[in-house]
Design a protein around this ligand. Structure first.
Ligand SMILES: Cc1ncc(COP(=O)(O)O)c(C=O)c1O
Length: 288
């Protein structure tokens, strides 16, 4: 079950996959990507991932050189070559090979790269004991600087936040926006439960519109829960009954401590556990 890499129409072994050092994806982080799960051979929420990829590309005037069907076929082709039924796909579109200047017009042909690999699951301990988070000083990039809705290859903002949280001995970082409202974590969205309601920051707080976030909101509303997209401060986090993160890799991960304070009773919450079970049931049903 070795990983496989698709680059512009050809499949490679991981160790053989190469791109040009003049690719502006490498030189400038000029490109977009998606991280996608495959459950039981099916690409989870494929349409939503392709929608977001095309929106990110359009926002940076990057023309994706393949249509949706061709991208989907290429993902399936890459996946089939791995033999994996449960996998993680990294789909990238880079600006392509250019010169050493910034001008994207020097890059005539964008590159499509698809990496299909086994999913590096978070340790089971994180789900049983819950995650410890810290609020970091690295502010989430404001939308009028580089909109976090663009899932671009430039993740330095998130990496700086990740470095801060690791230095503080925490699992994840909470990033605030310029106004001081809670935005998101380095690769996950955040939710709290307060008085029976789920609350998560709105898209205009300057976040990536997570696909897992969307699925969780749908499942919770379907189960009759109230879900609000509302600005939150650290106060809201500290007084929450429960807190959890959502993301393609993490799925739904409970949070038990924030800035050294216990959230709720300091253990993964009952509603969080129920939502994770609903999420897994939903996946099992969609795999058939
Ligand atoms: C910054 C950021 N926020 C949130 C998410 C969660 O989004 P999704 O649920 O689509 O994986 C990700 C991961 O893609 C991310 O990189």
């Amino acid at each position: 079950m070795a990983p496989k890499v698709y680059i512009d129409g050809k499949l490679y072994e991981k160790g053989e996959a190469r791109i040009s050092v003049y690719d502006h994806g490498l030189l400038y982080g000029d490109g977009v990507f998606e991280g996608i799960r495959v459950y039981g051979g099916r690409i989870f929420r494929c349409a939503e991932h392709l929608d977001r990829l095309f929106a990110s590309a359009r926002a940076i005037t990057l023309e994706v050189p393949m249509d949706r069907q061709a991208l989907q076929d290429a993902m399936h082709q890459t996946l089939a070559a791995t033999g994996l039924r449960d996998a993680y796909i990294r789909l990238l579109v880079t600006r392509g090979e250019g010169n050493l200047g910034l001008d994207p017009h020097a890059c005539p042909t964008p590159s499509v790269i698809i990496i299909a690999d086994s999913i590096a699951l978070y340790p089971q301990e994180h789900y049983e004991k819950g995650l410890e988070l810290v609020t970091v000083s690295t502010v989430r990039t404001p939308a009028n600087v580089l909109n976090p809705r663009i899932k671009s290859l430039n993740y330095l903002n998130n990496i700086l936040a990740k470095i801060e949280c690791l230095q503080a001995g925490a699992h994840e970082a909470i990033m605030l926006n310029q106004e001081g409202f809670v935005a998101e974590c380095t690769g996950d969205n955040i939710f709290i439960l307060k008085d029976g309601r789920l609350v998560t920051p709105p898209v205009n707080a300057g976040i990536l519109e997570g696909i897992t976030r969307q699925v969780v909101m749908e499942l919770a509303r379907g189960a009759g829960m109230e879900v609000l997209e509302r600005n939150m401060t650290q106060f809201d986090l500290y007084v929450a009954d429960e807190c959890f993160l959502t993301g393609t890799a993490a799925e739904i991960a409970p949070v038990v401590r924030i800035d050294s304070r216990s959230i709720g009773d300091g253990r993964p919450g009952a509603v969080t556990k129920k939502l994770l079970q609903m999420f897994r049931d939903y996946i099992a049903a969609s795999v058939g």
